[in-house]
Design a protein around this ligand. Structure first.
Ligand SMILES: [Fe+2]
Length: 284
């Protein structure tokens, strides 16, 4: 019987079932509740890449995958499951866990693990064997409109990935509305909506949190309609490239862009982003 005195953070949200609840996070000791009878508690999965671990060789080695997916990604999953078991979070989809624990930039303990699980799944799916080359016509047209040329986009994306100080991520994002960026560099909230932007983020932060708003997220519509949807990401944590490239991050970034990017995935994500933006506008 756990007797820890909770130190609840003042964070109120409505669940996906519409009832208003208070998310309580215990700062030190945590009493583990048994799941409510009849409530399915989802365990976050350690999803494999959509290809075999050696499929990206010689550009990304099997050894890198064995460490990066097999150990780092797995650790984020295992640690997240330990953190959320028995809490209000363990029945929520991963995206909602991320947004709830982002807590307006005052991160709750599960945030980093939750975001890193999502980021890595997204990263694996941002690559494919025989990747690189150029995007589909629909993606290419938007890139040319918003960056001037494909080459200019590549230059900006590479620069964002190379200049993210320390650990983090670089992203191509479809910006469907204003961004509320608390702890990420770029973009500017006053920019015109509905365009592609390149952003970089530190540590586990991802663009899902840029549009953060408790009132909009949890009531009355589901948060899925208010996401900023990323289209592409590159992991620039050192663990992503050190075995293959040692400290040569720019070489890793160039290889990613030229040999690994799945423009098919970007095209599908762009369609999804447009659909979400349209759905969101229809509910205003
Ligand atoms: Fe990573």
């Amino acid at each position: 019987m756990a007797a820890a005195v909770a130190t609840p953070l003042k964070f109120t949200f409505s669940s996906s079932h519409g009832s208003t609840r208070r998310l309580q996070w215990r700062n030190s000791q945590r009493s583990i509740k048994r799941p409510y009878r009849g409530v399915i508690t989802a365990k976050v999965e350690h999803k494999p890449p959509p290809y075999s671990l050696e499929a990206l060789e010689p550009h990304m080695s099997r050894e890198t995958f064995e460490y990066h997916w097999g150990k780092h990604h797995r650790a984020y999953v295992d640690n997240l499951n330990k953190q959320i078991v028995g809490t209000e979070l363990d029945t929520l989809p991963l995206e909602e866990i991320i947004l709830a624990t982002y807590n307006k930039g005052d991160l709750l303990p599960p945030f980093n693990n939750a975001a890193q699980v999502w980021n890595h799944e997204f990263f694996w799916e941002s690559m494919k064997p025989g990747g690189g080359g150029q995007p589909s016509q629909a993606v290419l047209e938007l890139i040319k409109r918003d960056f001037g040329s494909f080459e200019a986009f590549v230059t900006e994306f590479k620069a964002a990935a190379a200049t993210q100080f320390g650990s983090g991520w670089a992203w191509l994002v479809y910006k469907a509305n204003k961004l509320d960026v608390g702890n990420a560099v770029n973009p500017v909230p006053s920019e015109e909506h509905k365009k592609l932007v390149v952003v970089k983020s530190p540590n586990a932060i991802n663009p899902l949190v840029y549009d953060y708003s408790v009132s909009k997220l949890y009531s009355p519509t589901r948060l899925i309609t208010v996401f900023q949807l990323p289209l592409l990401t590159i992991d620039v944590w050192e663990h992503a490239y050190y075995l293959d490239f040692q400290n040569r991050r720019p070489d890793y970034i160039s290889t990613f862009m030229e040999k690994l990017v799945s423009w098919d995935a970007v095209g599908l994500r762009l369609e999804a982003a447009k659909a979400r933006a349209a759905d969101r506008e229809s509910k205003k």
